[in-house]
Design a protein. Structure first.
Length: 627
């Protein structure tokens, strides 16, 4: 139920009032085990730091005081209506994300804000550029069912570290005996456990993929029949590849020509599946990279030969956009500070998210919220970095304490979530009903029970509630899949991209900034900012190649300052040859209130407009000096 790729099926039990958890052995993906983060969930549930009562204050200079639910809800309702009267409904923004993947607790609160015709978020922080890119080629971002791995020979992990972020998927590939390759900038834990590792320079995924495509085509290793029946624009694509000769590809990527050939010939022979990661598409070259990578599985005859973003359940009923009486103004997620600075947001309601840890350019965001008259409400389990900027903080409960269903963006199973106990706080849907009542709204859709919403969502998706209740999880039925592109085929020459003002082919632009490129992947014991405060097992070091360090007179464990135009932070250095020259690494979104800093005080808040205003975190450049 957390924002995790695997969406495990967990068996939860109480023993003398304490929670115990284990993986469901009958689940095809969970396979009877939990990752280290999942195994520690009882510590998270029973944390003494959990919020137990609502907190309020007049302004950000005051201390919080405890209050009761009635006063807190009435204060929120009054300020909400006052804001709408003075500034209009679009001055209110609901900021939510996937901190809880339960369908009801993710979507149901949006019903209230749709009813009020407020602004809503246009999500761009995570996987947006890749979604748009895959739609350019396939018409969908939903790739292969991972259970089909049993019929494959090779999986390529491209820009993903599944040993940390998709452990069940990694073990599934291992169980089925697939050969495992990695393409990445960093020699990750996954790279160390796989048969082959291709370490490319940052921002060169496009040229590597197109170089591989050229070799496959020149050596006639592609699936002619599949290309003829399923692909649009093949001949034009072949001509486009003329510019990507192996000397150029090798020079840009840093990979020897012989190894590029090794990848191309082995991939074509084994008809590899590619599991595409999210991290590298959070950059200015990310969308183009995924377009290029997505072509490779089709070349060797896969109908949907990639894994990226399953998203199989229709949640629209739970969200209730039908309650709106005018089109929603969508605010790009990465541009929150800009809209606050421009006076376009006066009321911010945050749930399932911690934007004052996870959004980029934190100095700008925090200054914007301090300098402008914005009333902030946060509904969360803990007093997060975001909650510290709130006027009202409401205690949330956890998925162990409520009824819901959850799907996955990796596999095709939906799970029933039943409460095992009740400790503190209220669910997102409970708070929504309380607010609707305080606002005097009588619309029955705002008072539907969780079970009624769940049953309706399941019905829409062709799932019988009783079957789910009995088994605990069921596989989501899926119709025969087609390519939702203008041609109805996989488009090597993308008409959708052309219609969006882009080249019909993936373009490569050399992107080199000044200083060192900062990468900020997730740490193995956190999910973005989640769990830092309860597990407190983190890696706060700046990881740096020894040669870059030597040039700057920096030694192991030295204290350094990392800085750019957005800000500066201080930490210590770990010299690490797994990091290539010209690159430094800081793990992302640790809590500033605990650590004293966060990598997002440095990251860029620029967006990739042509790819849905997707984030560009990894197009951040910094310099480092010894203190």
């Amino acid at each position: 139920m957390r924002d995790c790729y695997d969406t495990c099926s967990i068996i939860s039990e109480l023993h003398e009032g304490k929670l115990r958890v284990r993986g469901n052995p009958s689940h095809p993906i969970t396979q009877g085990f939990l990752c280290p983060k999942g195994a520690l969930l009882p510590k998270w549930l029973h944390s003494r730091d959990r919020l137990k009562t609502p907190l309020i204050r007049r302004d950000l200079t005051d201390d919080f005081k405890e209050t009761n639910w009635e006063e807190a809800i009435n204060l929120i309702a009054n300020r909400l209506m006052e804001t709408i009267r003075k500034y209009g409904s679009e001055s209110v923004l609901v900021y939510n994300y996937a901190g809880d993947r339960g369908v009801v607790n993710y979507a149901f609160p949006l019903r209230l804000f749709h009813y009020l015709n407020t602004s809503i978020l246009d999500y761009g922080i995570c996987d947006r550029a890749g979604q748009e890119a895959l739609k350019d080629v396939y018409g969908t971002a939903g790739g292969m069912d991972p259970e089909e791995l049993k019929n494959q020979k090779l999986i390529v992990y491209w820009g993903i570290n599944p040993v940390w972020t998709n452990l069940h998927g990694f073990m599934l590939a291992k169980k089925h005996g697939l050969e495992k390759w990695v393409v990445d900038v960093i020699k990750t834990e996954t790279a160390k456990r796989c048969e082959k590792f291709f370490q490319i320079r940052p921002n060169t995924d496009v040229v590597f993929a197109l170089g591989v495509a050229r070799l496959i085509i020149e050596n006639e290793l592609y699936d002619r029949e599949f290309i003829r029946e399923k692909v649009y624009g093949f001949e034009k694509f072949v001509k486009y590849l003329d510019r990507f000769d192996m000397n150029f590809v090798s020079g840009e990527t840093g990979i020897e020509k012989e190894r590029i050939e090794e990848f191309a010939f082995g991939y074509a022979e084994k008809k590899g599946v590619i599991h595409i990661g999210y991290g590298f598409q959070r950059s200015f070259s990310g969308g183009e990279a995924i377009r290029a990578i997505a072509i490779l599985p089709a070349l060797v005859g896969h109908k949907f030969g990639f894994i990226y973003d399953m998203k199989t359940i229709d949640k629209s009923y739970a969200e209730g956009e039908f309650l709106r009486t005018k089109p929603a103004r969508k605010i790009p997620q990465m541009r929150l500070a800009e809209y606050i600075e421009n006076g376009e947001i006066k009321f911010l309601y945050v749930y399932n998210s911690n934007p004052f840890a996870s959004l980029p350019n934190q100095n700008r965001l925090r200054k914007a919220i301090e300098d402008n008259n914005v009333f902030v409400v946060v509904h969360d389990i803990f007093l997060t970095d975001t909650a510290l900027y709130a006027h009202v903080v409401l205690p949330a409960n956890t998925f162990f304490e409520r009824y819901d269903i959850a799907d996955s963006y990796y596999h095709r199973y939906v799970a029933l979530n039943e409460p095992v106990m009740r400790l503190y706080g209220k669910s997102n849907s409970e708070v929504t009903r309380l607010l609707a009542k305080a606002l005097g709204i009588e619309n029955p859709h705002l008072y539907e029970t969780d079970k009624k919403v769940i049953k309706k969502v399941l019905e829409i998706n062709g799932i019988r509630f009783e079957e789910l209740r009995k088994a605990g999880f069921v596989k989501i039925p899926i119709q025969e899949r087609t390519y939702n592109t203008p041609s109805g085929k996989i488009e090597f020459y993308s008409q959708r991209a052309l219609n969006r003002g882009l080249s019909p082919f993936p373009e490569y632009k050399s992107r080199r900034g000044r200083g060192l490129q900062l990468l900020s992947p997730t740490w193995k014991m956190t999910i973005t900012s989640q769990y830092h405060n309860t597990y407190n097992i983190i890696d706060p070091y700046l990881h740096m190649n020894p040669k870059d360090a030597k040039e700057r007179g920096i030694h192991e464990n030295d204290e350094v300052e990392i800085f750019n135009k957005n800000g500066r932070i201080k930490t210590r250095v770990k010299l690490n040859e797994d990091i290539p020259e010209g690159v430094v690494l800081l793990y992302k979104a640790f809590w500033t209130k605990i650590l004293g800093w966060n990598v997002n005080f440095l990251t860029t808040d620029e967006t990739v407009e042509e790819y849905g205003n997707g984030s560009a975190y990894h197009s951040t450049w910094v310099e480092v000096r010894k203190i």
